[in-house]
Write a protein that binds this ligand. Structure first.
Ligand SMILES: [Zn+2]
Length: 548
């Protein structure tokens, strides 16, 4: 049987290799067979008329936590919201987290470390990266590429121990090599999460050097601090890049808090200087000011290190609670944080309690309210309001922290944030974390169309073509792959057909049911139509993209 043929006609081609040219694209099976100004249709071919539409390579998301969702069938439903943005590939294994290896004796610690990323309880059926990839093949809605997560390797080797000895270091190195041999594209670290916080720079450089010995690898990091120690933390990743001679990617660059917004200019200058000196550095960024996280992240890590139940019991007592509040009000992170108490970013210190809201909770009466306004409603101070909600929700609720990215969400002018997005080193991303109800933040619903709407159409500060390149070939370059991210003969047929005027997000900050992005009319993944005339086909055409 010959492979199916699909002809996309009369589209406006936009990619690294095509600048607004009219052309036809012939897809044969999984690949692009040819691209030409006109291709004569033959009988039996399927046809898509793309007149007046933009035809681009399928979009690639350089920063994802899909690792924790792709093994379960529900991922197909969770990631619909990314498909509607035109995203055909996600790069997981970020911020130090990945879903392998799984050592039996570390199961409990692994779950303590990364369980919050799961959509539901789930028993891993693999021991290492190779087995994990083998299990995914044939079950994926989108293409998936992977980094190895430093924190997960460290928990497997040493649990939550602060120091790793030489044998544990050799053990982590072996696990990393195994993962790279299986097809990972490098290493990530999450230096605000224990035990990543305990790793010193030398440990990161040593592992980055191991990664560097494999081809096409890079090192990405959730920095050690995005507030008081933001500049030092950017210097640290540049040092890793310099010493290990490996490309480095700063994960979700934005500083925490309006008072740190001015630091964007400082760290961009540091990165430009490092590039001139030969360090291949870039950064990815959130699409919106403000971010969501779990409520527990507001508190000093030591206050809940004995478990959540104990924490909830402890904060009922006034003296314990008052001490927690005192530390939240006064703790300013110091550099280097691996020598301190591991508390790298105090959200109240950098963003202010008045900018912290309940985003999602079981009790709908809390949603959309700040702890200041809840306090006014109840006739108590904001801290007592916080304690009441934490106890009522058993600390299991999401908060919205305004000012992440250096500007307020609703502010009409966002100069620092805009400068970060508009800079050529920026690669946009969708850093989605689903909670157990399946809810996600604005990012997951419309980060990419938001960039096009705000910066290409409204502000007119970015051209469409370089933005499409950020969504496609710039990510392919980071991965060192040439068969995706471009409109070229022989490439995999990951293709998006966009109605550019309607390509938009529909943000609704506290809404229970946000709306999908609009404007993606057709979406092919490996030649298969995942979105056809705007509606979704429930198929699983994705591949694991292995670094070879
Ligand atoms: Zn992160």
């Amino acid at each position: 049987m010959s492979p199916h043929q699909l002809l996309i006609t009369n589209g406006t081609l936009v990619s690294r290799d095509h600048a607004f040219e009219r052309g036809d694209v012939l897809v044969s099976g999984e690949r692009i067979a040819s691209i030409a100004p006109h291709i004569q249709a033959r009988e039996g071919w399927k046809a898509i008329d793309a007149a007046g539409k933009v035809v681009a390579p399928g979009f690639m998301n350089i920063h994802s936590h899909a690792d924790f969702h792709v093994p379960i069938p529900e991922h197909a439903q969770l990631y619909e919201r990314l498909l509607y943005q035109g995203i055909t590939t996600n790069v997981g294994g970020q911020c130090g987290f990945c879903f392998f290896p799984v050592r039996g004796e570390r199961r409990k610690e692994l779950n303590d470390y990364q369980g919050f990323l799961l959509y539901r309880d789930f028993e891993p059926q693999w021991a290492d990266c190779r087995e994990y990839f083998d299990l995914l093949e044939g079950r994926l809605q989108f293409n998936y590429a992977q980094l190895a997560g430093h924190g997960t390797l460290r928990v497997n080797a040493a649990g939550f121990g602060e120091r790793v000895n030489q044998e544990q270091m050799r053990d982590m190195t072996r696990m990393l090599e195994e993962s790279l041999d299986a097809g990972c594209f490098g290493l990530s670290s999450g230096l605000m999460y224990m035990p990543g916080t305990f790793a010193d720079t030398a440990e990161l450089v040593a592992l980055a050097r191991t990664a560097k010995r494999h081809r096409n690898t890079f090192y990405a990091s959730h920095l050690r601090g995005y507030s008081a120690t933001f500049v030092e933390a950017v210097e640290e990743i540049l040092q890793v890049g310099r010493e290990a001679e490996i490309p480095v990617q700063v994960s979700h660059l934005g500083p925490f808090g309006v008072k740190n917004g001015h630091k964007i200019a400082i760290v961009i200058e540091l990165m430009e200087k490092a590039r001139r000196e030969g360090v291949d550095v870039a950064y990815d960024s959130l699409g919106f000011c403000g971010s969501d996280t779990l409520a527990i992240a507001l508190f000093p890590p030591s206050s809940y290190s004995r478990g959540l139940d104990r924490f909830l019991e402890d904060i009922r007592g006034d003296s314990f609670w008052n001490e927690v509040v005192r530390r939240v009000q006064t703790h300013v992170p110091q550099w280097p944080s691996w020598e301190g108490n591991g508390w790298t970013d105090n959200f109240v210190e950098c963003c202010g309690i008045e900018n912290i809201y309940v985003l999602g909770s079981r009790d709908p009466a809390f949603v959309g309210k700040s702890f200041v306004s809840l306090g006014e409603e109840w006739g108590v101070d904001p801290w007592e309001a916080l304690r009441r909600v934490v106890l009522a929700e058993r600390a299991d609720f999401k908060i919205f922290i305004d000012g992440i990215g250096g500007e307020l969400y609703g502010s009409p002018r966002q100069p620092s944030f805009d400068a970060m997005i508009e800079h050529p080193l920026c690669i946009n991303s969708v850093d989605e974390v689903f909670d157990r109800s399946g809810r996600s933040w604005l990012e997951a619903w419309g980060s990419f169309p938001h960039i096009v709407r705000r910066y290409v159409r409204e502000r007119k500060t970015l051209e469409l073509q370089p933005v499409i390149e950020r969504f496609t070939s710039r990510v392919a370059e980071r991965l060192g792959i040439a068969d995706r991210g471009y409109l070229r003969e022989g490439c995999f047929a990951d293709i998006v057909v966009l109605d550019l005027e309607n390509y938009s997000d529909h943000p609704a900050l506290f809404a229970q049911e946000p709306r999908h992005a609009t404007g993606v009319e057709q979406l092919l993944i490996n030649g298969q139509p995942v979105i056809e005339n705007g509606s979704l086909n429930r198929i699983l055409p994705g591949h694991v993209i292995r670094n070879r």
